[in-house]
Design a protein around this ligand. Structure first.
Ligand code: SF4
Length: 469
């Protein structure tokens, strides 16, 4: 059987649960097309983390796509470094291919730089002005401009050039929020009576909802700018390109180009499969993993919080899909975002009834990478990364964690990791029994997670309040 895995990488957030949602949505759209055997999400600041995500793929043929609108610090430095791609700097158009631990991994450019983004810009323009024409309509492609983390202006110019050459608009301008030519200069240069503005931005937010309309001098509600105080031009303001469903097509173009149409595919990754078989063997007999209880039930499996053991099913919300489980476990009972899934705050009050295939996907969402890492630990194949190595790797705003004293690191770990199921192998702690041999809380932590790295940074900066979160 030839298998192919697709991994979509997002930024994610330690604080805000909404950050990861766009990547989940695109992963679902691509899963529905059925072209890949699996579509996995990975994040810098959520789990599975960049350090773990390759381990969670089931095949030896993996295509990795950064879900970013432009090239820059994340796509050229952070993602390749954290994923162990042995590459730094600009990614060539054909991508970067590496063999990592028996998997062939192909890393592509971010979706935003793909030429087919031009189609997404045009689709957004048509949504706000279906009868745009070369006689009376101008198009403004609006970019962020160069920032600390991204370099998007070249792509905005390229898209504007392509659309100008196509002759569909009377004039096409590339304008920017943070660099010249600035967005506020549009009344001086754009002459057409009708003006379509398409923000080349990843998502709706402060810039697209407030800064841009303000800088352009637009009045009215955000979705309906048809007048402006500068003259008689009508302005049609589109939604950002990054949230258009057609981005799923761009992702598939990228993936096909990277792996060759149809691709030769790979095999089942043996270590990964062995880990899941070990888990399923336990599940068929009934098993506790961390805070979750897995119970076999007439050909299906039930998952629930172990604290809800014995509660009648009617008292609990019943979930029937891995996605339902995912959305349930992303927040605590108090509604707080859970960037680290092994923190002991799994919500209660739900049960999931799942087939064996869905149980695997649901467990991946409940405890990302936990099955793979624990099995590897039990086979003496999980190598811990000491704090000093993790710290040395950090760049950008996190470089300062290198200054943390061992006492500061331990202080943060005492505070954060005490609430976590995992045992800190990276700090020299030993784990002798795992959930695979009957100790539910036995889960290894091979290296400090990005949440702890961020907390150590706060500690070094003196910004960390004493105890608790
Ligand atoms: Fe848990 Fe601490 Fe490991 Fe993060 S570093 S996963 S909080 S044990």
């Amino acid at each position: 059987v030839r298998m192919r895995s697709l991994v979509l990488i997002g930024h994610g957030s330690h604080l805000n649960g909404e950050s990861a949602v766009a990547v989940y949505r695109y992963a679902e759209l691509i899963r529905q097309r059925g072209l890949f055997d699996e579509v996995i999400e990975g994040y810098w600041k959520e789990e599975p983390s960049l350090r773990q995500v390759l381990k969670t793929t089931a095949s030896t043929d993996v295509t990795v796509i950064p879900m970013f609108i432009s090239e820059g610090y994340f796509t050229e430095t952070v993602i390749p470094r954290e994923m162990g791609l042995g590459h730094q700097g600009p990614v060539p158009p054909e991508g970067v291919a590496r063999v990592i631990g028996g998997r062939t991994v192909r890393y592509t450019l971010p979706y935003g730089v793909h030429p087919s983004m031009t189609d997404v810009i045009l689709a957004r323009a048509r949504e706000v002005l279906p009868d745009a024409n070369p006689e009376d309509t101008a198009l403004i492609v609006l970019g962020h401009g160069t920032t600390r983390n991204e370099n998007s202006n070249r792509i905005v110019y390229q898209n504007a050039d392509r659309i100008r050459e196509s002759g569909q608009f009377a004039e096409v301008q590339a304008l920017f929020l943070d660099e010249d030519p600035k967005v506020g200069t549009w009344p001086e240069t754009v002459r057409s009576p009708r003006v379509v503005v398409v923000p080349f931005f990843a998502s709706e937010g402060w810039h697209t909802l407030e800064t841009i309309p303000e800088d352009m001098g637009l009045t009215g509600t955000v979705t309906d700018f048809t007048e402006n105080p500068h003259g008689h031009q009508q302005v049609f303001y589109a939604r950002p390109v990054g949230t258009h469903a057609a981005v799923a097509d761009v992702i598939l173009h990228l993936a096909e180009e990277a792996s060759g149409a149809g691709g030769p595919g790979g095999d089942t990754e043996r270590g990964h499969e062995a880990a899941w078989q070990a888990f399923l063997k336990g599940a068929r007999a009934g098993l506790r993993v961390g805070e979750v209880l897995v119970t076999p039930e007439l050909g299906v499996f039930e998952l629930r919080n172990a604290l809800d053991e014995g509660r009648p099913g009617a008292d609990l919300t019943t979930l029937v899909t891995p996605e339902g489980v995912r959305d349930q476990v992303r927040f605590t009972d108090g509604g707080e975002h859970r960037p680290v899934h092994t923190l002991r705050n799994l919500p209660r009050g739900w049960r999931a009834v799942l087939s064996e295939a869905d149980l695997r996907r649901a467990m991946h969402y409940v405890y990302p990478a936990v099955i793979e890492e624990t099995y590897a630990h039990d086979c003496h194949a999980l190598r811990p990364t000491p704090w000093a190595t993790t710290a040395r790797r950090q760049t950008g705003i996190y470089a300062k964690v290198q200054k943390a004293t061992p006492a500061q690191v331990e202080h943060v770990a005492q505070d954060v990791c005490t609430g976590c199921l995992r045992t800190r192998l990276w700090a020299g702690h030993k784990l002798t029994q795992s959930f695979l041999n009957g100790v539910p809380g036995g889960i290894p932590c091979a290296e400090a997670c990005t949440f702890v790295v961020a907390e150590v940074r706060e500690e070094v900066s003196g910004k960390r309040g004493g105890g608790g979160h």
